[in-house]
Design a protein around this ligand. Structure first.
Ligand code: OSB
Ligand code: MG
Length: 358
């Protein structure tokens, strides 16, 4: 699906979104939907559309087709022997959560234990050709109601940009995401960010690091948030023990599904670490799963789940996800993900299709 506007991070520029949609059917007439939130290239994580397709076809789909699954939490255990490949796993696991929620007639948020009727939302803004373009984008996002602004940073696009944003907009809720663009050699630069009252700095150091982040956190007043480094509740436990962060960005795909996402949420709640829901520029299907997850009580910071119109000319769900003037998304009370999936739109964007039967 072509993005309305390119999205640039420290690891590269995304102009269109390639991903896999998963549709599952049970013995009844219900259909569950999930999204494999991989990218075309292995720049955010090592998975790609191609590797996810391979892992699903050869290893994950055979674990579930024809199986008797009564609880969505069983899926995690069916996939347990297969190492890594969390986004491939999550696409199928989330589709099964949707299916089982629909069979029971409850919203997915309820099945997960969520309590909110509406969720507070923020927006993640990419690197732009000039600061003035970014300032315009922030202006628009604030006018649309977004409750928190996150901007991408990289070496050469960091302290100056943050300084300009503060000068222009004052004390708005602001944070930055580096997608692993720095090392401990940049400590003095990262320390300069302490002057700007940021809510947090997301994933400044290596994508697989916990130790250096702990060392950095000890030298900063600003809280660190981990994204790429946390792939499981075990990773979260170690990060908390080491003091690597004060927030965790939970992405359903990165952690292998909704059961693991909830486990991380629950652990962080017990440990007094706040969480928020990250995004992977999802279509409506992945977005709906993010909304359901965000209804859990420890999602205490507005997440990256923005309106459909922030990404797409047309989304593949009905109704589209919209954000209220005061920056909330109302949670659907319909069963499962709570949105109708538009098959004609999906067909329009589909390159490859495969049906597995037992
Ligand atoms: O690091 O959070 C990230 C998008 C693609 C890959 C990684 C990230 C992001 C975002 C955008 O920040 C989140 C969104 O709007 O979906
Ligand atoms: Mg991030």
């Amino acid at each position: 699906m072509p993005l309305k506007a390119p999205f640039e991070t420290s690891f590269g520029r995304i102009e269109e979104r390639d991903f896999i949609l998963v549709q599952v059917e049970g013995s009844g007439h219900f259909t569950g939907y999930g999204e494999v939130t991989v990218m075309a290239a292995p720049l955010y994580s090592e998975e790609t559309v191609g590797t996810a397709w391979h892992i699903l076809e050869e290893f994950l789909v055979p674990q579930v087709v024809g199986k008797n699954i009564n609880e969505p939490t069983e899926v995690k255990w069916l996939f347990q022997a297969i190492r890594g490949n969390n986004m491939a796993k999550a696409g199928l696991e989330t589709a099964i959560w949707d299916l089982l929620a629909k069979e029971r007639g409850f919203p997915l948020s309820r099945i997960l234990g969520g309590t909110r009727a509406k969720i507070p939302v923020g927006i993640s803004l990419g690197i732009e050709k000039s600061v003035s373009i970014l300032l315009e984008r922030i202006e628009k996002a604030l006018a649309e109601g977004y409750q928190r602004i996150k901007v991408k940073i990289k070496p050469g696009w960091d302290v100056r940009v943050v300084q300009d944003i503060r000068k222009h907009f004052g004390s708005i809720p602001l944070m930055v995401d580096a997608n692993s663009a720095y090392t401990l050699a940049d400590v003095s630069l990262l320390k300069q960010l302490d002057d700007y009252d940021l809510m947090m700095i997301e994933q400044p150091l290596a994508h697989d690091d916990l130790v250096d982040h702990a060392r950095l956190q000890r030298q900063l007043r600003t809280p660190l948030c981990l994204d790429e480094s946390i792939r499981s509740a075990e990773d979260a436990r170690k990060a908390i023990e080491l003091g690597s962060c004060r927030y965790i960005n939970i992405k359903i795909g990165r952690v292998g599904g909704l059961a693991e996402a909830k486990a991380i949420h629950d652990l962080c709640q017990r440990e007094g670490i706040g969480v928020w829901c990250g995004g992977m520029l999802e279509s409506g299907v992945g977005r709906a799963h993010n909304i359901a997850l965000t209804t859990l009580p420890n999602f205490i910071v507005p997440g990256d789940t923005s309106a459909s119109s922030r990404y797409w000319h047309e989304d593949i769900i009905d109704p589209e996800v919209t954000v209220s003037e005061d920056g909330f998304i109302t949670v659907s009370r319909d069963p499962g993900i709570g949105y109708r999936v538009l098959h004609d739109r999906i067909s329009k964007y589909t390159r490859l299709e495969k049906i597995f039967r037992n």
